[in-house]
Design a protein around this ligand. Structure first.
Ligand SMILES: Nc1ncnc2c1ncn2[C@@H]1O[C@H](COP(=O)(O)OP(=O)(O)OP(=O)(O)O)[C@@H](O)[C@H]1O
Length: 230
């Protein structure tokens, strides 16, 4: 996995609403970038624009491959993993079946097997995914993304609604993905996730990147506070 994710001048509009404008950043392999910002700042729209789930203009490149003209499914096949907000597992399929259908037809193997990364899923392999707890469904959603043998992984609010212990576990999994060499892009509401990951943080406000700092920067809480209020 040596592909960097490059986003240049990405703009996402919904009719007259400009959700993200001129957004540019790079996520290198083995690096984690976290998008923080208030509700409506444009975080999910940015991820959806990159993933091809919503129309956008600008450049999205993964390694040498231009993704901008590709459908969402082709972007996934090109190596862009996307863990959507809200977990999106197939509720009537078992955990094992959810993982099976996520495997790429190319036969490409991920650097870590999903169940090695998330051994807590092993005891639930024969359960319907819809019967798992919210936290377990989040783990399965991440495992599905890994099963797809991506180069880069985007996660949209992966800790949303999770108990503190599971927030910590999810943060640990994101750190492992980064350390395995994936380019990891995370949308978060929780400052402590970015701090604990010591990630590069992009603060979004009204669809624009207004700050770019490390998660450990002591000024980050104040910068974020100001961006939330303005
Ligand atoms: N499908 C849509 N149609 C019209 N406007 C939309 C749509 N989706 C998002 N928006 C608007 O685009 C802007 C950015 O929304 P977005 O969901 O990307 O922000 P966000 O930072 O992810 O917020 P949240 O944390 O609440 O998910 C907001 O003004 C929102 O109302």
């Amino acid at each position: 996995m040596e592909s960097e994710l490059v986003v240049q001048n990405l703009t996402v509009r919904y009719g007259a609403v400009v959700a993200a404008e001129g957004v540019s950043f790079t996520v290198k392999p083995g690096e984690c970038v976290v998008l923080l910002g208030a509700n409506g700042a444009g975080k999910t729209s940015t991820l959806h624009g990159i993933g091809g789930l919503t129309p956008s203009v600008g450049t999205v490149r993964l390694g040498d491959v231009e993704l901008g003209h590709l459908s969402a499914s082709r972007r996934a096949r090109a190596g862009l993993g996307h863990v959507l907000e809200g977990r999106h597992v197939f509720p009537d399929m078992t955990v094992a079946e959810n993982l099976d259908v996520a495997r790429p037809r190319s036969g490409a193997k991920p650097p870590v097997r999903p169940l090695e990364l998330l051994p807590e899923l092993k005891e639930h392999l024969n359960r319907a995914a819809g019967r798992l707890s919210g936290g377990q469904q989040q783990m399965l959603a991440i495992a599905r993304a890994v099963a797809g043998a991506p180069q880069a992984i985007m996660l949209d609010e992966p800790t949303n609604g999770l108990a503190p212990k599971l927030v910590a576990r999810t943060t640990e999994i994101i750190a492992t993905l980064r350390d395995l060499g994936y380019a990891v892009l995370v949308v978060e509401q929780r400052l402590e996730v970015a701090q604990n990951l010591a990630a590069d943080v992009l603060v979004l406000r009204h669809g624009h990147i207004v700050h770019e700092v490390n998660g450990t920067d002591p000024e980050l809480p104040d910068l974020l506070h100001a961006a939330y209020l303005s």
